[in-house]
Design a protein around this ligand. Structure first.
Ligand code: 7TS
Length: 427
């Protein structure tokens, strides 16, 4: 049989050969929603940069600085091409999606929203796309509205959106893919609805959990801003980016200030670079940006469509196999075809942290907690959940190991409960 994409690529990732228990079997990493692993190609580029090219960018007139500058700006070109930006100037490097969204809230938000204006979010947003808007709303006395979940599908009820939109809606910010529900929001339909019912709204897309996993084309989607993190798409930590329409970016006031982002500084005044330089104060994360460029090269070699198709298989298999574990409730859409390759779940009597600890003892890495989505967990009536999240380097055998370990864990706790019941009966 043809080797799966996971079988063909897992050897590219040194860390996936590591064992984390006293058993010989390598770690089964099912926490890519938190951060992805890094292929050798990216690791080599980072090493080579520091060995051969390291220098500060945009300033020095010497060879190393010129080489570092062209490598850094080539990374920007790669990101621009990857998201099909209208222009390379629309790519602002940040430390990650969190910083990208904060930039929009504090620069665009402060300059364009006034008391009484409205921001529409969903209850499922990650805190990175929730708290910056809460703080802006507190600062400027704005109204926050939240699109809720559709109980029938387990996903976000975008039909509810229309009723929240009006002339005062100035921001509509939502995730492309949920890091907990696994739902894939219909971005183009949402954009159409917002454009027709909220003409003054800027649309901010949190693409953290979509960009690593599928083709994302900002021109096709029609949004105004997009935020993403490099570390979730085979890149190093410390790099992400904001894509924004060039005209919007150039109308926005600077955010962080200092060197690089200025044009002229005198004792009396200061003028600024145009985008993207305006928003890149200080020495940037040069190596990290170049590493992200190498990650994009790696992903493009595999093909984002191939990754998307393979992860559909993993998504369905993961969801269907988790349904065979007694006592589990799975979060998110009930149609496996409408899910990304992650699944959050909870057990009727076993704490998610106990589940993840027992899985860890079997060398399986999942996450337990609220996944920076406390409002969503409150909406679901649960304090936390466990979550398995896949990437293209995972295999169905990884999921089989997860399921087997979960069933052993559930049996173990059932045995404990039975023993406790018997002890009670003896009294
Ligand atoms: C949908 C979504 N938005 C924003 C972020 C923030 O990204 P950062 O700035 O790179 O941290 C995350 C990270 N999500 C997770 C990080 O750890 N577990 C997660 O699910 C995310 O999943």
């Amino acid at each position: 049989a043809t080797a799966s994409l996971g079988e063909r690529t897992r050897g590219d990732f040194p860390i996936l050969q590591r064992t984390v228990t006293d058993q010989e079997t390598p770690v089964i990493y099912l926490d890519s929603g938190a951060t992805s692993q890094k292929p050798q190609e990216v690791l080599d580029v980072l090493q080579s940069y520091y060995e051969r090219t390291n220098s500060n960018v945009h300033r020095g007139a010497h060879t190393l600085s010129r080489e570092a500058t062209s490598a850094y700006e080539a990374a920007r070109d790669k990101v621009a091409h990857f998201v099909h930006a209208f222009s390379r100037n629309e790519i602002v490097f940040t430390s990650g999606a969190t910083e990208a969204i904060n930039l929009v809230a504090q620069s665009y938000g402060r300059a364009n929203l006034v008391a009484g204006d409205e921001i529409v979010l969903t209850v499922a947003e990650h805190h990175a796309n929730f708290v910056p808007w809460q703080l802006l709303a507190q600062e400027k006395n704005l109204k926050l509205k939240f699109v809720h979940l559709d109980p029938a599908t387990g996903g976000i009820d975008v039909n509810e959106l229309e009723g929240y939109l009006n002339e005062k809606t100035k921001i509509v910010a939502f995730q492309h893919v949920s890091n907990v529900l696994a739902c894939i929001n219909p971005v183009k339909e949402i954009v159409q609805k917002v454009r027709s019912h909220a003409p003054n709204a800027a649309i901010v897309l949190d693409a953290c959990q979509s960009l690593p996993h599928m083709v994302v084309d900002v021109q096709d989607l029609g949004v105004d801003f997009l935020a993403a993190s490099g570390h979730k798409m085979c890149g190093p930590t410390g790099i992400g980016f904001l894509w924004g329409k060039e005209q919007l970016l150039n109308e926005m006031p600077p955010w962080k200030s200092g060197g690089e982002m200025i044009d002229q500084v005198t004792l009396e005044s200061v003028t600024f670079q145009a985008a993207p330089g305006r928003f890149e104060a200080g020495t940037p994360a040069i190596a990290q940006a170049i590493g992200l460029g190498a990650a994009i090269d790696y992903l493009q070699k595999i093909g984002m469509k191939n990754i998307e198709l393979y992860e559909h298989e993993l998504a369905e298999y993961l969801y269907e196999q988790l349904q065979t574990v007694p006592g589990l409730t799975l979060l998110g859409p009930t149609d496996p075809k409408k899910r990304a390759a992650l699944c959050a779940f909870y057990h009727e009597s076993i704490h998610p942290s106990d589940l993840s600890t027992f899985l860890d003892m079997d060398g399986i890495a999942v996450r337990a907690g609220h996944h920076c989505c406390q409002p969503l967990h409150a909406e679901l009536g649960i304090p936390h959940s466990a979550r398995a999240s896949c990437y293209f380097y995972n295999t169905k055998e990884d999921i089989d190991a997860l399921i087997a370990s979960l069933k052993r864990t559930v049996d173990f706790f059932a045995g404990l409960n039975n023993a406790a019941d018997e002890a009670d009966d003896d009294f």
